[in-house]
Design a protein around this ligand. Structure first.
Ligand SMILES: [Zn+2]
Ligand SMILES: [Zn+2]
Length: 369
C-alpha cells in the first residue's frame, strides 16, 4: 500500500489545495476505507464558500468505499471485513450517551461541531487532527471504532450508493418527521437532489399527491421530478404557486410541506404555511436563515401547524434508503448526473451550486479518477 494519501483540502473560502498525509497505522479496533464515491450536496456548497472555521479540512461527508484494511477487533465487534463495500455516515458517535443508545447519534455531542470544538464528523473535522483522514475528498478515509457503517446491498453500484444520504434524508424528513404515508398530499419545494429524493420516498410511501416547485432555471429538474413520480410541478416564477396548489387540491391544501430550497429566503416557509390544509398540517423546515422577519406565528397557531426541523438522518433511515436503492424501482440514474475526479473538486462543488458545469443534479466525486 502507498505510504502517502492524497487529499483535496479546503484551506480557505472557495480554496482547495492538494496535500499528502502519511498512511495511518491501523489499530486493532479501527479500519481504513479506500474511497469509491463522495457525494456532493448543497451543504458542501455552503461550507466551501463560507467555512465555519479557518482550519484545513478534507471535505466529503457522503462517503462510499471499500474496507481496505480492518483490525481484528473492528471486524469482530462491528461485522465489517476487508473487501466489504460500505456507506459510512458522517456522524462519529460517542457510543455512550442517551442519543447514541437511542440510535439517534446524529444528535450526539461527540459529532456536534457547532457545540463541541473537538467533535468528529467526516467532512467537517480538521485535517490537523491525527490521523488526518476525516473526509471523503481523498484516496483513503480512517475509520475509528465509533464510525457508523452500513453494508451496500448487492447489485447497487458505488455511484448509485452515493445517493444514500439524500435518500436517507428523504426517509427521515418526509416519513419520520413529516408523517407522510398512504394517501398523504405533499408539497416539496425545490427540485434539487434533496427534493427529488423526497419525491421518490413520498411516492414509495403511498402519497396520493406530490407537488414539486422550482424556479425557471429548474426546468430540466422539474421534468425529472415528473419522471420520478411528481403528479404536478410548478414554476414559482411564472405561475402563482398558491393558486395552483389550491386549484390542484380543490381548495383543501396539502397535509405536509417539505422545504428543500436553497437561498430562497422566507418565501418557501410563507408559501408552505399558506399551502397547508386548514388545520393540523406539518411543515419540515431547514432554517437556512438565522432570523425570520415578520414570522407568521399567528397564522401558524390558528392553523394548528406543526413545525419540524430537518436534521440529517438516523440509522434506520439509512437502512431504508439503501433498500430503496437496491429495489431499482425508480430511474434514479436521472439524479446521478455528473462525475468528477479529485483534481476537479472545486469545479464539482461550484457546479452543484449552479455556477460551473450546467444542469448538475447530483455530483459524484470519484477520488481515484
Ligand atoms: Zn450532504
Ligand atoms: Zn453519543
Amino acid at each position: 500500500m502507498a505510504e502517502k494519501v492524497l487529499a483535496a483540502v479546503r484551506t480557505g473560502p472557495s480554496k482547495t489545495e492538494f496535500r499528502e498525509y502519511p498512511m495511518p497505522d491501523i489499530p486493532d479496533d479501527a479500519a481504513l476505507m479506500k474511497m469509491e464515491v463522495a457525494g456532493i450536496c448543497g451543504t458542501d456548497v455552503k461550507l466551501y464558500a463560507h467555512p465555519p472555521s479557518s482550519t484545513p479540512v478534507i471535505m466529503g461527508h457522503e462517503n462510499i468505499g471499500v474496507i481496505a484494511k480492518a483490525g481484528r477487533e473492528f471486524t469482530r465487534r462491528k461485522g465489517f471485513k476487508e473487501g466489504d463495500l460500505v456507506f459510512v455516515e458522517h456522524y462519529v458517535m460517542c457510543g455512550k450517551c442517551e442519543w447514541c443508545h437511542r440510535g439517534e447519534y446524529r444528535h450526539c455531542e461527540n459529532t456536534d461541531w457547532r457545540y463541541n470544538p473537538d467533535a468528529v464528523r467526516y467532512g467537517y473535522t480538521s485535517a490537523e487532527k491525527a490521523p488526518h483522514l476525516w473526509g471523503g475528498f481523498a484516496h483513503y478515509v480512517y475509520l475509528p471504532w465509533n464510525a457508523i457503517l452500513h453494508h451496500v446491498p448487492k447489485g447497487v453500484t458505488p455511484e448509485l450508493a452515493g445517493l444514500v444520504t439524500p435518500m436517507a434524508n428523504g426517509v427521515e424528513w418526509s416519513l419520520f418527521e413529516g408523517g407522510v404515508g398512504y394517501d398523504s398530499t405533499v408539497l416539496i419545494q425545490g427540485p434539487g437532489q434533496q427534493g427529488l429524493s423526497q419525491t421518490v420516498i413520498c411516492k414509495q410511501a403511498g402519497a396520493s399527491l406530490v407537488i414539486v416547485t422550482g424556479t425557471s432555471k429548474d426546468k430540466a429538474r422539474l421534468e425529472v421530478a415528473k419522471k420520478l413520480g411528481a403528479d404536478h410541478v410548478i414554476d414559482v416564477q411564472t405561475e402563482d404557486p398558491l393558486a395552483r396548489i389550491r386549484d390542484i387540491t380543490g381548495g383543501r391544501g396539502v397535509d405536509v410541506v417539505l422545504d428543500c430550497t436553497a437561498g430562497a429566503g422566507t418565501m418557501p416557509i410563507l408559501l408552505g404555511v399558506d399551502a397547508l390544509k386548514r388545520k393540523a398540517g406539518t411543515i419540515v423546515v431547514q432554517g437556512e436563515m438565522p432570523t425570520f422577519p415578520d414570522f407568521p406565528i399567528g397564522k401558524i397557531t390558528v392553523k394548528y401547524v406543526t413545525i419540524k426541523s430537518a436534521r440529517g438522518h438516523s440509522y434506520r433511515a439509512c437502512e431504508l434508503a439503501l433498500a430503496q436503492l437496491a429495489s431499482k424501482r425508480f430511474p434514479l440514474e436521472l439524479i446521478t448526473t455528473h462525475r468528477f475526479g479529485l483534481k476537479d473538486v472545486d469545479l464539482a462543488i461550484r457546479s452543484v451550486g449552479g455556477k460551473g458545469v450546467p444542469d448538475v443534479i447530483h455530483a459524484s466525486l470519484m477520488p481515484w479518477e
